[in-house]
Design a protein around this ligand. Structure first.
Ligand SMILES: [Mg+2]
Length: 244
C-alpha cells in the first residue's frame, strides 16, 4: 500500500466509524512525527556557536556553528557534528554542547521553531472534521514544555479544544516515554472505539505492540533514537500527504 493509501484508508475508516455512532480516536506523537524538529536544533547549534565561552575556547567550531544551515537526518549529536566537520573537538566541547542542547531542546521557548511535516496540518484537520477525536500524545513533559507545545499547535492551526482535540504530556520528565504512552493507552476503559497512533520511535512502538494490542499503530519513518530496530509489518508513512 502506498503512503497516500494508508492515510486515505484511515480517513475512510474514521468517517465510517463516526457515521456508525462510534467516536474514533487518532493519536499523534509530536517530535519527528507531526513536527520536524530540525529548525529547533539549528537554532540551538547557532546559539551555542554564538556563546562567548564557545567563541573563546573553540573559535573555529564557533565560526562553523554560528552559520549552520542544513541539519542532517539524525537523532544523535555526534552525527550532526560529523556532518559539520566537527568530529575532532576536545571532549569538553561535546560536553558543553550536550548540556546546552539538553537545557534548551526540551524547553517551551524553542518549540515555536518546529515546523509541521508535510501535509500534517491538513491531515489532522481532515480527520477532526470527519469526527475523529484527536490526541497529541507526547514524551514532552508538562513542566518544561506544555506552554510551548500549545502555542506551537495553535500557531500551525492544528485542532485544539478541551474535549475532542487534546494535548497529553508526561507529568514528569523522568518518566520513560514508552511506558508513559503504554500506560496511557492501557488506562482507556472504553475499548469500543477504534484507536490509531502515529509514532516515529520504534522503541515506543515495540512496547505498545507487546502490551497494547488494542492500538493500531502507523510507523512514521523519520529519525529515531536507534534504541530499537524499526518495527516490521506495520503501515509506514514518511509524510502526511493524502488524497481523497
Ligand atoms: Mg517522536
Amino acid at each position: 500500500m502506498t503512503h497516500a493509501e494508508i492515510l486515505k484508508n484511515i480517513l475512510d475508516f474514521v468517517e465510517a466509524s463516526a457515521r456508525a455512532g462510534q467516536a474514533p480516536l487518532v493519536y499523534f506523537d509530536l517530535d519527528s512525527t507531526l513536527f520536524n524538529v530540525k529548525p529547533r536544533l539549528k537554532k540551538i547549534m547557532r546559539e551555542f556557536g554564538h556563546l562567548e565561552t564557545t567563541a573563546s575556547k573553540y573559535p573555529s567550531a564557533s565560526q562553523t556553528l554560528k552559520v549552520v544551515e542544513e541539519i542532517s537526518e539524525s537523532y544523535h549529536l555526534h552525527d550532526h557534528m560529523k556532518h559539520f566537520g566537527l568530529e575532532n573537538q576536545p571532549m569538553e566541547f561535546y560536553k558543553e554542547l550536550y548540556n546546552y542542547w539538553m537545557e534548551n531542546f526540551f524547553h517551551s521557548d524553542y518549540l515555536l521553531e518546529d515546523v509541521p511535516n508535510e501535509g500534517a496540518v491538513e491531515y489532522v484537520n481532515e480527520l477532526y472534521g470527519l469526527g475523529a477525536r484527536i490526541v497529541y500524545l507526547t514524551g514532552r513533559d508538562k513542566h518544561r514544555m506544555e506552554e510551548g507545545s500549545i502555542l506551537s499547535l495553535k500557531k500551525w492551526k492544528f485542532p485544539m479544544n478541551e474535549t475532542n482535540a487534546v494535548l497529553v504530556l508526561k507529568p514528569h520528565k523522568d518518566h520513560d516515554d514508552a511506558e508513559f504512552k503504554r500506560d496511557h493507552f492501557n488506562a482507556i476503559q472504553d475499548r469500543r472505539h477504534p484507536i490509531w497512533f502515529f509514532e516515529n520511535e520504534p522503541h515506543n512502538i515495540h512496547l505498545l505492540l507487546k502490551d497494547s494490542p488494542h492500538v493500531k499503530i502507523v510507523f512514521f519513518d523519520s529519525v529515531h533514537s536507534g534504541k530499537s530496530e524499526p518495527p516490521a509489518g506495520l503501515p509506514v508513512v514518511t509524510n502526511f500527504k493524502y488524497k481523497r
